[in-house]
Design a protein around this ligand. Structure first.
Ligand SMILES: Nc1ncnc2c1ncn2[C@@H]1O[C@H](COP(=O)(O)OP(=O)(O)OP(=O)(O)O)[C@@H](O)[C@H]1O
Length: 248
């Protein structure tokens, strides 16, 4: 799915977070980096059609999303995992993912297969009867990812999905991403090595503005050796930050 954001203003009562904001996303995995409060979640909520723009345009595959009816229609093609997602403690993993499929209006006949596929993609097929409340944090996070990808959405938006995952689970998560190559995936994270390992492109946000958008390799190539950071991408990130935030 092609995503085009133009002249967007977005925020909350008394607080504009994104202004004069333009961004284009295309199929592939794009990492979204930026300090706390940069506006990453706000952007993601907007693309997921959860928070209508205050001003400007969000177009998905060339169609501007205007009004609740258009948003409801396109939501079937969007898988969105918020930073904090809700679940009923008594719900079994399978029911939780099935609920996601139902919300995305996956037709009844295809639902069982879609749920099984999503559960096996996140390696939870053998835990599907477990109650959500009994899962470890990392497993619950994987159930969330299954919820986001069930029904094969064209746009997948994952807000800090690797929080709470152990090192092996993070590697598994990268494998999940590698299976989503024909999708447009936007993934926010504070882990720069997740971006280096699993993303084609990267967007760096700071105070609601795009400091960089491009290929990960293009950003890496910018890294000098004068700033803090252990890897080229970390150094490139630090160099993009405004004066005064580059030093540790
Ligand atoms: N519901 C809200 N009401 C008012 N202000 C909000 C609300 N949600 C976020 N904000 C403010 O908007 C700004 C951007 O927040 P946002 O959550 O989009 O940032 P973020 O880049 O995702 O940060 P983090 O890395 O901490 O998750 C912050 O200053 C935040 O305080």
């Amino acid at each position: 799915m092609q995503v085009d954001v133009s002249d967007l203003r977005q925020g909350y009562p008394g607080r504009v977070v994104l202004r004069d904001f333009d961004l284009a996303l295309r199929p592939g995995v794009t990492g979204l980096l930026g300090p706390n409060g940069a506006g990453k979640s706000t952007l993601m909520r907007t693309l997921a059609t959860v928070q209508p723009p205050l001003h400007g345009r969000v177009a998905l595959d060339g169609v501007a999303i205007e009004g609740e009816k258009a948003a409801r229609h396109i939501r079937r093609r969007i898988g969105y995992l918020p930073q904090r997602f809700g679940w009923d403690p008594g719900m079994r993993v399978r029911d939780f993912v099935e609920y996601g499929a139902w919300m995305r209006q996956v037709p009844g006949k295809q639902r069982t297969r879609a749920v099984e596929r999503a559960l096996s993609q996140v390696d939870l097929a053998d835990r599907q009867q477990e109650r959500m409340s009994r899962l470890s944090g990392g497993m619950r996070q994987r159930a969330g990812i299954a919820w986001a990808i069930v029904g094969d959405p064209d746009l997948v938006i994952l807000d800090e999905p690797t929080v709470g995952l152990d090192p092996r689970q993070r590697l598994q998560f990268r494998q999940i991403l590698a299976q989503l190559t024909d999708k447009t995936v936007l993934l926010s994270t504070h882990l720069i090595d997740d971006v280096a390992a699993a993303c084609d492109r990267v967007v760096v946000l700071h105070s609601g503005r795009v400091l960089f958008v491009g290929d990960v390799t293009e950003m890496t190539d910018r890294a000098g050796d004068g700033t803090a950071g252990h890897t080229p991408l970390e150094r490139a990130y630090m160099e993009l930050l405004p004066d005064g935030e580059r030093e540790l």
